[in-house]
Design a protein around this ligand. Structure first.
Ligand code: PLP
Ligand code: ZN
Length: 426
């Protein structure tokens, strides 16, 4: 028996599994989820206790599934919640915020949060080797944090991953295994490896612990809004876990009285080239039809999402919606976000920004509603999608006259373009 304030439970049949490295119910093969005894956590999870905690995600540790005396080594999370007035003006939003996990430490994506919780448990369960199957960001986060904790690491990725994400994994000394196939193939292989070698795979046998790490995005949004819930959340979806866990975080905050109850609408964002969840939402169903991914948004390219049906259910129950956007729209949204708010997001951020714009354009979100759009990864990891977008101009000599000639030339080009009816000169 354990005295911990949480346990693993089957999402469908409710069978309890205590605390162990397991993610699927033996009885009904449904996913397992961490359930907290909220009453037991009540006295430790207060606004005051949180305010006195560290300036990172561990300030919410009373509602994170980690071993009792665990001493966290990774100060992940507590990323900026930024007002976005200039992007808002472009898309018709007057009360828009960006949750900026493009600057989440240590590896510049929200995956640092989930990995921090998963590896705490890998250590607790005594695994000396950890791994993951990844579309990129998870690989970076596991490799970096495992290095810091002194764990051995095997990471499996689809062979066509962006070069920056591959380098960002190898530099930490992880063993990177490129697999000829898409993420769904890689994931199936990972499950077999985790079983065979008894390793801790963060998104296989440690997945329920991993998933809870995403709640910290929701806790932070509420705290940063002054312990208030927003009207709307716009969130990118790959496996569909993050969006459901932000919702779970909000429910826990309401249950413990840290925020007033409110019906928050959840909006999911995908790339059209891999849109199994947004398609299910549009068809008003929980049944996910797997797809073969074909999009530049590789971090979201999961054709058979593990939490897809839960995400679809959560979105529809909230009164929200889901949209998907083309690769061309993704690239221009990356540029628009950077030009208006100074935030350089990866392709997933382009997806979220383009979907956010469309939700306002279609009247799914009203201009004055308090809306938070979740930017989850950094643009420096996916610069290949901007290849050719900006020309390298010839260098000038280090002379003022050369500079003046350059400015002159630029302004006549701008004028010519303006005359030709171009409104937006880069
Ligand atoms: C993994 C990932 C997501 C989505 O996460 P899920 O919980 O699998 O839906 C979103 N954005 C980025 C950048 C990611 O790497
Ligand atoms: Zn079950």
């Amino acid at each position: 028996m354990t005295t911990a304030a949480y346990e693993l439970r089957c999402r469908e049949c409710g069978r309890s599994y205590g605390i162990q490295p397991l993610s699927i119910c033996d009885e009904c093969f449904s996913p397992l989820e961490i359930v907290f005894d909220l009453e037991a956590a009540r006295s430790r999870f207060t606004r005051e206790a949180i305010a006195q905690g560290p300036l990172n995600m561990w300030r919410y540790r009373a509602l994170l599934p980690i071993p009792e005396n665990y001493d966290p080594q990774t100060p992940a999370g507590l990323t900026p919640l930024m007002k976005a007035p200039r992007l808002g003006a472009r898309i018709g939003a007057s009360n828009l915020y960006i949750k900026n996990d493009a600057v989440c430490l240590p590896t510049l994506s929200f995956k640092d949060r989930v990995v921090a919780v998963a590896l705490a448990n890998a250590q607790g369960f005594g695994f000396d080797t950890v791994g993951c199957s990844s579309t990129g960001n998870l690989a970076n986060a596991v490799a970096a944090q495992a290095a810091r904790l002194g764990l051995k690491t095997f990471i499996l990725v689809p062979s066509d991953l962006e070069p920056a994400k591959i380098l960002n994994t190898q530099v930490y000394g992880a063993t990177l295994v490129r697999v000829d196939g898409n993420y769904d193939h890689v994931n199936r292989l990972s499950s077999q490896i985790a079983d065979r070698y008894n390793w801790g795979f963060v998104n296989v046998n440690l997945r329920p612990y991993y998933a809870e790490g995403s709640k910290t995005v929701g806790f932070e949004i509420a705290e940063q809004l002054g312990w208030k819930l927003p009207d709307n959340i716009v969130c990118p979806m790959a496996g569909g876990s993050l969006i459901t866990k932000i919702k779970k975080a909000f429910s826990e905050l309401v249950a413990l009285g840290l925020v007033e109850e409110k019906q928050v609408k959840f909006f999911g964002a995908q790339a059209t080239g891999c849109s199994p969840i947004s398609t299910a939402v549009k068809n008003n169903t929980e049944t996910i039809e797997p797809q073969r991914p074909n999009t530049i948004a590789r971090s979201l390219a999961i054709g058979n999402p593990a939490d897809g049906s839960y995400a679809s259910r959560a979105i529809r129950a909230s009164g929200g919606w889901a949209e998907d956007v083309s690769d061309v729209e993704i690239v221009s949204a990356i540029q628009e976000l950077a030009e208006t708010e100074g935030v350089f997001a990866e392709t997933a951020g382009g997806v979220t920004t383009a979907v956010t714009a469309r939700l306002y354009a279609h009247g799914r979100i009203q201009p004055n509603e308090l809306t938070v759009t979740c930017i989850t990864g950094n643009g420096l990891k996916t610069t290949d999608c901007l290849q050719g977008a900006y020309e390298q101009e010839r260098a000038i000599r280090p002379r003022l006259s050369d500079f003046e000639a350059y400015v002159e030339e630029r302004s006549s080009i701008s004028q010519a373009l303006a005359l030709a009816g171009e409104s937006n000169v880069r």
